[in-house]
Design a protein around this ligand. Sequence first.
Ligand SMILES: C[S@@+](CC[C@H](N)C(=O)[O-])C[C@H]1O[C@@H](n2cnc3c(N)ncnc32)[C@H](O)[C@@H]1O
Length: 263
Amino acid sequence: MDSRNPRGPLRAGEDIILVDPKGEEHLLTLTPGKPIGTHRGNILHDDIIGKPDGSRVWTARGAEYRVFRPTFNQYIMNLKRHAQIIYPKDIGPILLWADVFPGATVIEAGIGWGALTIKLLEAVGPTGHITSYEIREDFAESGKKTVSRFLGECSNLEVKLRDIYQGIEEKDVDRIVLDLPEPWRVVAHAGGALVPGGIILSYLPSTVQVKQMVDSVNEHGSFSEPEVFEVIHRPWHVKGLSVRPVQWMFSHSAFIITCRKIT
Ligand SMILES: C[S@@+](CC[C@H](N)C(=O)[O-])C[C@H]1O[C@@H](n2cnc3c(N)ncnc32)[C@H](O)[C@@H]1O
């Protein structure tokens, strides 16, 4: 994995987040000679290239913008996407509850837009390995692109154009992370692929799916009692004397279900 470089001046060809005076974020790639058109006047890419991360820049008409090297959250949340991703609030807990460790061998399905894949790769590090099963060719390609745009080329990521319901080819896998509609169809394959003590984690939006997954795991007999939870993220508004939770929040994404292989 060529890890991203979070230090040094902003370079031509890298992505930045431009934050406008209202706090709106825009993801763009620094391109020499190009202007950024805003309704408050233009900013030249050349005026940003070479500046430190976190700099202020001004439009020709004097409006102040800020430029940052994108965090993972900023990158993922500002990408133009055509598929549902796992949101950052769930990705952190997924890495912890699946206990993804440096050097781990992980199977993921499917890659989708690649949001989770980026964090899986960072968590396993250069000595670990991720295999992503993906049934759709377009998502296999777009997922790989999202990953390499953020992390560079990753030789320890293999994307397999395969239906994981048909089976898992790998053996001695440490972790299996499933973000697809019918993970119960993977339970028997996971039983054969995981090392003893290995973890299977699935991510499911509806309670009916959760029930089916838990029943399948229990019926299989080679897994510990599943643990099920959801993560609620409640942002707060803090401005002047207005200190309160925001009025509208994203209340539900999906449930996380984990269990371990027993022998
Ligand atoms: C919700 S998206 C995954 C999003 C991804 N976790 C992310 O954070 O960007 C679900 C993906 O699973 C793929 N998929 C669905 N069924 C599958 C199967 N049986 N085998 C492999 N991939 C499958 C879909 O094509 C889709 O790309």
